[in-house]
Design a protein around this ligand. Structure first.
Ligand code: NAP
Ligand code: MG
Length: 404
């Protein structure tokens, strides 16, 4: 068979530990035999980040801006234990944080559904994608403990020195606590555009919710910005695509989400997204079946798995033991990136390859061949638990049958 050709390279960001092992297996067993793979390679493995003083992370994000599509392997965010383990010059920042800041992106997380693994909410037959606004609110707060008989005020000084004051609370006979939050119109606008673009891209409805009835200025600003951008820039496009933008109160949204069948994007403020994404991921069954894509407001895409580097499995692997690590989310990061590259470069063969590879992955699991984490969840009879490499070989066998 002739290999599928690419035009523009993908930005490839390699990573750490078990996911780095999986990364190479995916390329060697599945991708390189079928595609004339063109990537611009950046090694974001912790050793190389340390050698380059983390410049490689910045370079990879800049390359993503240039080419428009990236695929990323999970990477270690160093903590104290990693300092001696990797002999680090510094406790380098999270690569995901650095890349997200450079691309000004929003993260969309989507579960991969397979027959035999029923979500805890059985009516969720389609995926729910959560988009989390990753700037401000309680994550950039300023807070204080306040002694009794104190008065707390909100004070804003504008560029001409004019002062606006408002009393937060007059503390009488009790001490207490206060908290100052902020967000930026610019950041909310980027978030809104990323959500509207992703909804159009995936042809799904977009839901957004805040508590604007209680927070009449703060949360209301989010609601207004979304509404303005929708009216001015996206309404017609949504109507053409046959999808809907739907705003409601956060508590109403939660109730509707539970009753829904899935199949939409749920845009959340920072804290709501933090909490709800963990709830939704758990309800669908497994973090190892969750993909993640970072979308910038100007339509740049970076695909990855939502899970980490699966450290415990890596240490087993280093001891020469076989692991049964789930590669599905990393596989889907690759198919997402290849499909997007194919769409941008008008390469139907590449798009079809991405579709076929996703189908092959799901068919393999639904035929009973799966890694240990899924075997413990799946209700399929005659399951066969396989090791990391065997699973990928089996996916490739299924893929080759489909491609013929
Ligand atoms: P993790 O790598 O997601 O793994 C946590 C546990 O979840 C694993 O020990 C494993 O459970 C299970 N698991 C996760 N992914 C799996 C898979 N693909 N197949 C099978 N089981 C899977 O999280 P972590 O151990 O907290 O973090 C490890 C490293 O990853 C850290 O250095 C962290 O900084 C980094 N991290 C990176 C990213 C990213 O790059 N996007 C995200 C999160 C964490 P069992 O051990 O019970 O089998
Ligand atoms: Mg969380």
């Amino acid at each position: 068979m002739e290999k599928i050709q690419m035009k523009t390279p993908l930005v490839e960001m390699d990573g750490d530990e078990m996911t780095r092992i999986i990364w190479k297996m995916i390329k060697d067993i599945i991708l390189i035999p079928h595609i004339d793979l063109k990537t611009e390679y950046y090694d974001l493995g912790l050793e190389h980040r340390n050698e380059t003083d983390d410049q490689v992370t910045i370079d990879s994000a800049e390359a993503t801006k240039k080419y428009g599509v990236a695929v990323k392997c999970a990477t270690i965010t160093p903590n104290a234990a990693r300092m001696p383990e990797y002999n680090l010059k510094q406790m380098w920042k999270s690569p995901n944080g650095t890349i997200r800041a450079i691309l000004d992106g929003t993260v969309f997380r989507t579960p991969i559904l397979v027959k035999g693994i029923t979500p805890y909410i059985p009516s969720w037959t389609k995926p729910i994608t959560i988009a989390r606004h990753a700037y401000g609110d309680v994550y950039k707060n300023v807070e204080m403990q306040v002694a009794k008989d104190s008065k707390a005020e909100l004070v804003v000084t504008d560029k001409d020195g004019n002062v606006t004051k408002e009393t937060i609370y007059d503390f009488g006979d009790s001490s207490g606590i206060i908290q100052g939050l902020h967000n930026k119109d610019k950041s909310i606008e980027s978030f809104a555009r990323a959500c509207f673009n992703f909804a159009l891209d995936t042809k799904q409805d977009l839901w957004f919710a805040t508590k604007d009835t209680i927070s009449k200025k703060y949360d209301h600003r989010f609601k207004d910005i979304f509404a303005e951008i929708y009216e001015n820039e996206y309404k017609e496009k949504f109507e053409e695509a046959g999808i809907e933008y739907f705003y409601t109160l956060i508590d109403d949204a939660v109730a509707r989400v539970i009753r829904s069948n899935g199949g939409y994007i749920w845009a959340c403020k920072n804290y709501d997204g933090d909490v709800m994404s963990d709830m939704v991921a758990t309800a669908y069954g497994s973090l190892a079946m969750m993909t993640s894509v970072l979308v910038s407001p100007d339509g740049i895409y970076e695909y990855e798995a939502a899970h980490g580097t699966v450290q415990r499995h890596y240490y087993k692997h280093l001891k020469g033991e076989k692991t049964s690590t789930n590669s599905v989310a990393t596989l889907f990061a690759w198919t997402g990136a290849l499909r997007k590259r194919g769409e941008l470069d008008n390469l139907p063969d590449l798009i079809k390859f991405a579709d076929d590879l996703e189908k092959a992955t799901i068919m393999t699991i639904e035929s009973g061949i799966m890694t240990g984490d899924l075997a413990s969840l799946s209700s399929i009879e005659n399951k066969r638990t396989v090791d990391t490499e065997t699973f990928l070989i089996e996916v490739n066998n299924t893929l080759e049958k489909i491609m013929k």
